[in-house]
Design a protein around this ligand. Sequence first.
Ligand code: NIG
Ligand code: FE
Length: 422
Amino acid sequence: MAKVFRNVLIKNASQLVTCSGHAAKYGKDMSDLGIIENGAIACKDGIITHVGTTEEVLAQVNESDYRVFNGKGHTVLPGFVDSHTHLVFDGYREDEFSWRLRGDSYMSIMQRGGGIINTMNATRAASSERLTLNACRYIEGMIKMGVTTIEAKSGYGLDKKTELKQLRVIKKLRKNFPIDIISTFMGAHAVPPEYEGRADAYIDYIISDVLPKVDYYQLAECCDVFCEKGVFNIEQSERLLRAAMQYGLKPKLHADEMVDFGGAELAVKLGALSADHLLHVSDDNIRRLAESSTVATLLPLTAFSLQEPYPRGREMIDAGCAVALATDLNPGSCFSYSIPMLFALACISMKLTPEEAVTALTINGAAAVGRADSIGSLDVGKQADLVVLSYPSYRFLLYHVGVNAVRITFKRGELASLSSVF
Ligand code: NIG
Ligand code: FE
């Protein structure tokens, strides 16, 4: 388990990439990383207390009070926020991946009873211990790549018992790892076989039977829905999310992933934290997102795995949207939590700049899970969630294509992962 060094001082960092701010950054502001050359950062009891040049910080602190790291030749950034994952599941779908390589589409496999229902069957049958062990494997890998906050959805139970089981596993994982795991209830991920052809009745069941339990046991912060042609329509999605909001859950949506369906517009109307995927979002709805408080969360690893066109991230930022990037880790459309590959696709294929990609994975990711006030930037008073790169510039996150550039990950000042001798 991680060693506790909660009072940490990193000095002489070649770059301290602060991403300073307490809210999502929109459009052009996403390029401003607030970089401090030869920077230093001090943290006490897991909270950032000083940020500045090494000279400024050393003038204000007593080095002997800290575990001191020499950051010469290294870059320090805020911990990455993976704001969209389906972390808890059992069963793999490698056969579906090869069917897609041969030309099958994701939705046609789903309509044949594969896809999410395939994972639902395995997840219903799995013990909590098995689900926990599966997720541990991914979380360990994610921390090594600099992730300090993960959003994790239910949605492979599609019945009360299994949805609650998944959410309880997330709660347990939160206790086992030195990172934040934000729980999202996604009972409306697909229509289960028991309700085939009766999506309205399934939404009624979630609202009357499952949501009250999720609330009673305090198992989720957010509620998400797969708002998509052939899954849940706009009316059903709105009905569910409004009911969830009555319980204090914050809405998020899988929106306009397969077709332009109006999910992004609904997200804006509800003041959702985020509208996610957006592969087929219309120009009008890009404009609506830009004028809203809803973060446009893009998942290029999914588009890559599904061989779909990438979301129009460049246009969204140029239109003034707040864009976040996340992995979408799940056993079907995207069995990957690779941060290096996410950077590569975002910059090389979607034409985000490295600065925009860093903002999208830090402060904007934090906003997409409602935590921009406490994580996502190196600001005094925020949690000491830090990533130290092996290299002197954040640009290595992209330049070192597909390779993990992270040397150390700190969560609330604790050493969460150390790749090799610093
Ligand atoms: O975000 N699109 C819906 N949900 C997931 C995929 C889940 C699965 O295929 O198991 C997604 O891509
Ligand atoms: Fe997803």
